[in-house]
Write a protein that binds this ligand. Structure first.
Ligand code: ATP
Ligand code: MG
Length: 255
């Protein structure tokens, strides 16, 4: 049974999608079978692995609202063991629709269940909100991984996210764990980065990954080629940091 990890933070632009794509790709490059599940209507995770929304007549949306199965919409990527359940245009209306469907909170969980044993990891890229899509992501997950950008307001939204995680645990998914917090866009020359890291480490102690993702131009260039960074520039610091994060995640699991 694959481990399902939701990448979530309602704050926009903190590196959720970059983390979903590149952590997923790094795990896959290490031989794991990985399914990237794109539940963000922006579709950035899908295009980031070469499956842009414009080329996906169907995606996660269809099975989510009861049309067909997830298996029907899963597509291969350039990495042999990395697959994607892409976003399609209609996903934009899903949050509202799910609010009006019976059992709308648990739809994603239900459509993932039949495919979980085909993968070692299922990585869910959540949208920048705490809407029904994110709640579905958290409800379907074994654990949530929270990217935190090293900036002044980093901690502000975190308590709201933690409340939502508690709510989901109480009402929908008691097994939900916190996989960890990962710092993104870290700049060692920036004093503020140091302060934010120390503050968050103080709060969350061992929940914070040792590996920090540096600000690296290659990570921001790779998506426009529809490639995870390890295919675009394997030697870049961005690629190497996500490979390191994948190793740390796996060794923590083993410990
Ligand atoms: P959204 O909330 O809109 O879904 P997000 O949290 O998924 O955003 P990303 O899309 O991963 O965030 O990243 C936001 C922007 O920052 C993108 O342009 C991305 O390429 C860039 N970016 C992310 N991580 C890094 C990094 N470590 N170094 C440089 N650029 C980065
Ligand atoms: Mg995103």
């Amino acid at each position: 049974m694959g481990r399902t990890i939701a990448i979530a933070n309602q704050k926009g632009g903190v590196g959720k999608t970059t983390t979903a794509v590149n952590l997923g790709a790094s795990l896959a490059a290490d031989g794991r079978r990985v399914l990237l599940v794109d539940i963000d209507p922006q579709g950035n995770a899908s295009s980031g692995v070469g499956v842009p929304m414009a080329e996906s007549p169907v995606g996660v949306y269809e099975p989510l609202v009861g049309h067909g199965t997830l298996q029907d919409v899963i597509r291969p990527t350039a990495i042999e063991t990395l697959f994607v359940a892409p976003a399609s245009r209609d996903l934009a209306g899903a949050a509202l629709e799910l609010a009006n469907i019976e059992g709308g909170h648990t739809r994603l969980q239900g459509i993932l269940d039949p495919v979980r044993d085909q993968y070692d990891y299922l990585v869910i890229d959540c949208p920048p909100s705490l809407d029904m899509l994110t709640v579905n992501g958290l409800t379907a997950a074994d654990a949530v991984l929270i990217p935190v950008q090293c900036e002044y307001y980093a901690l502000e939204g975190l308590s709201k996210l933690l409340e939502t995680i508690e709510m989901v645990r109480d009402a929908l998914n008691a097994r939900l764990e916190i996989e960890g917090i990962v710092f993104t866009m870290y700049d060692p020359r920036n004093n503020l980065s140091h302060q934010v890291v120390q503050e968050v480490r103080g709060h969350f102690v061992d929940k914070v990954f040792e590996t920090m993702i540096p600000r690296n131009i290659r990570l921001s260039e790779a998506p426009s080629f529809g490639q995870p960074c390890i295919l675009y520039d394997m030697a870049s610091r961005g690629s190497q940091s996500y490979i390191q994060l994948a190793r740390e995640l796996e060794s923590r699991r083993a410990a």
